[in-house]
Design a protein around this ligand. Structure first.
Ligand code: NAD
Ligand code: DAU
Length: 351
């Protein structure tokens, strides 16, 4: 029997969302994929030009915090599943202005939960609410140890606290109302279409323009990097094979200090730009630290490997090269999104 589903993906015009939408639209022609996005500064329909014409793809512009609109959307489409990515996602912005994070990340999630509950009534068969979350909810690690699915939540930035809050509410709807939910907590993603407020695309753009490369604090903060398409494939696995009520950690088994990662990127960029070795690294500038900067994130991704058979496929050396090449090949994309508001943001953040 052909399995037909109608799935709501929120935040599909953002960085991870566009990779997920593309994957779901192309791999599941029997599904109807509805991409709901407010198109904030981080959302860009240009990211999805290649799937615009697909019959099973639908874009709706809207805000997850708008309760009436969300209820009406569920009535219109009768969704079988929700994959919820829409969020304010940048830690530095959450430090400068937390309120938008509270509305979108917490109130927006509750609106979706309520609408799903109302729309699905008493029949939860074949329904799923999937909350896409982050490893930042677990707080900060010391020099050793990994985040497991049992690590207690200990968020430290307004961003991670808002995501933790949303995760708790998603679990509360499972325990209280039996809503079929699943949650995944992923490490740092990188790859094409990431907005250049985040470390890797910001550095690529600055290297290209021979601008300083701002490293917060001593640069010894550690992140676990994952190729974005590997995250999309993990979400696909969790959506189709994950067990209701469970959490799955997703990571790259790939820890780097920021300074080592930026040095690696500098090497790649010198090669791709045909500049003498060491040119990009000379731009590195240590600046004041991020307040409350989490020291180290590292994911134990053994559960998703063991239970769902998922593991990362792209090595960082190859992924960084592909990412750098993509940004160089898509200079117009970068030019368009860094004109206007981005300049004001950059001036405020970096002086
Ligand atoms: P992003 O900032 O690139 O994209 C967010 C998208 O959500 C944008 O398209 C934006 O327009 C949309 N959006 C924002 N507010 C909205 C609202 N009120 N209503 C509807 N749409 C709205 O984010 P991303 O990096 O793609 O992250 C996507 C999700 O994955 C987030 O929930 C984030 O917490 C989570 N996550 C991100 C990473 C990462 O490394 N980027 C890692 C783990 C988890
Ligand atoms: O771990 C998953 C999280 O990864 C996601 O939930 C977030 O949405 C995503 O933004 C990302 O958060 P980080 O704060 O880790 O990512 P960011 O790219 O902002 O920073 C990565 C590291 O680099 C961090 O230690 C801060 C540092 N950094 C960042 C910027 C932008 C710098 O040193 N200089 C910079 O200019």
């Amino acid at each position: 029997m052909i399995n037909k589903k109608t799935i709501l993906i929120t935040g599909g015009a953002g960085f991870i969302g566009n990779h997920l939408v593309r994957r779901m639209v192309k791999n599941y022609p029997n599904y109807q994929i509805v991409n709901l996005d407010k198109l904030t500064y981080a959302g860009n329909l240009e990211n999805l030009k290649d799937v615009e014409g697909y019959e099973n793809y639908h874009f709706v512009k809207g805000d997850v915090t708008d309760e009436k609109f969300i209820v009406a959307l569920f009535e219109q489409y009768q969704f079988d599943g929700v994959i919820h990515l829409a969020a304010e996602s940048h830690v530095d912005r959450s430090i400068n202005s937390p309120m938008e994070f509270i509305f979108t990340n917490i109130v927006g999630t509750v609106n979706l939960l309520n609408a799903a509950k109302k729309s699905w009534g008493d029949d939860y068969s074949d329904k799923l609410f999937y909350q896409v979350s982050t490893d930042e909810v677990y707080g900060s690690l010391g020099a050793t140890g990994l985040f497991t699915e049992e690590t207690p939540y200990d968020p430290r930035s307004p961003y991670s606290a808002s995501k933790a809050s949303a995760d708790h509410l998603v679990r509360a709807y499972y325990h209280t109302y039996g809503l079929p939910i699943v949650i995944s907590n992923c490490s740092n993603n990188y790859g094409p279409y990431q907005f250049p407020e985040k470390l890797i695309p910001l550095m690529i753009n600055n290297i290209k323009h021979k601008r300083p490369l701002p490293i917060y604090g001593d640069g010894l903060y550690t992140r676990d990097w994952l190729w974005v398409e590997d995250h999309a494939s993990a979400i696909d696995s969790v959506y189709h094979k994950g067990n209701i009520g469970e959490t799955y950690n997703i990571g790259g088994n790939n820890e780097w200090t920021n300074i080592d990662l930026v040095h690696q990127l500098c090497k790649v960029m010198d090669e791709l730009l045909n500049r003498p070795e060491g040119s990009a690294a000379r731009l590195i500038t240590f600046i004041k630290d991020r307040p409350g900067h989490d020291k180290r994130y590292a994911i134990d991704a053994s559960k998703i490997k063991r239970e769902l058979g998922w593991e990362p496929t792209v090595q960082i050396e190859e992924g960084l090269r592909q990412t750098a090449q993509w940004y160089l090949d898509n200079a117009d994309w970068m030019e368009r999104i860094t004109s206007g508001d981005y300049r004001a943001y950059y001036a405020e953040q970096y002086g």
